[in-house]
Design a binder for this molecule. Sequence first.
Ligand SMILES: NC(=O)c1ccc[n+]([C@@H]2O[C@H](COP(=O)([O-])OP(=O)(O)OC[C@H]3O[C@@H](n4cnc5c(N)ncnc54)[C@H](OP(=O)(O)O)[C@@H]3O)[C@@H](O)[C@H]2O)c1
Length: 299
Amino acid sequence: MDDSRRIELNNGVAMPALGLGVFLAPAAETADTVTTAIGAGYRLIDTAAAYLNERAVGEGVRASGIGRDEVFITTKLWVKDFGYDAALAAFEASNDRLGLGHIDLWLLHWPLAGEFHRTVDAWRAAERLLAEGRVRAIGVSNFMPEHLERLRAETDVAPAVNQVELHPYFQQAGTRAANDRCGTITQSWAPIGGIFGRKPETTPEDVPHPLAHPVINDIAGRHGKTPAQVIIRWHLEHGFSVIPKSVRPERIVANFDVFDFALSADDIARIDALDTGHRAGPDPSAFTVSTYPVDIDDQ
Ligand SMILES: NC(=O)c1ccc[n+]([C@@H]2O[C@H](COP(=O)([O-])OP(=O)(O)OC[C@H]3O[C@@H](n4cnc5c(N)ncnc54)[C@H](OP(=O)(O)O)[C@@H]3O)[C@@H](O)[C@H]2O)c1
């Protein structure tokens, strides 16, 4: 893979900049989806214990025939397993379900701001697994600047990645700056606005889905690209890692076809100007073990 398609993490590990997300990819479809994505050139797959499809991700990688070291697998520790011993046990369970020998990047899925000691204990477990070579990099997800600062004050290893809600309508300048101060790569979830498809009520009636926004469509038309390709390219131009999800082969292929054009400074500025400052997903400061109930043990 050419270097422009990779991002170097703070411990020297190279991570593909563009990957496939599999949140809400049904487990029965996920293996084929992953195999299709690898065939289309993807080398990063983003799953989580809470997505209930880690086994299928492992199957898809094995079925693709690609060497284990050619693909980068991210999974996430669910909040119910925060704590030192619980995190270590949950890591083993994820690693067994994936069945790929090791995990490339392991993220704490959400901060537990109200029980931050559990977040810290989970991070210490991640630090141990990193030191033991069980995982190549460790990071966090949905951490706001105050959560990052607290983690940095109370633990040793700076997160390699902070995966956060980030799309043209919610651009997270403050969190990006905090990530930069920690040497932490910003990775965008719901990058093309997937959260608006799931929660239409979060988009006011007079505001279109990001993929339907006239500015995005104007830029897409001028480059002969699709709105999704323009937004994915916008993330890459900013230096973010980006993990669009699709289970449809034609979209999986198209979402990766973003390396043959570049956005102008004016294009980027026009998309930057779409920021509303309002998140559509959950508020990380208020996230608790019961915010998003999911039974991850029976899988
Ligand atoms: N850390 C976290 O808390 C967190 C939270 C949410 C997501 N994530 C990660 O981020 C990944 C991406 O985020 P996301 O899934 O929320 O949203 P997204 O990638 O912005 O959007 C996905 C949605 O857009 C559709 N889509 C994909 N490509 C398209 C295209 N070219 N044209 C039109 N529609 C298209 C998909 O439908 P089809 O599948 O039918 O194509 C799906 O409904 C997730 O899969 C997950 O890995 C992490």
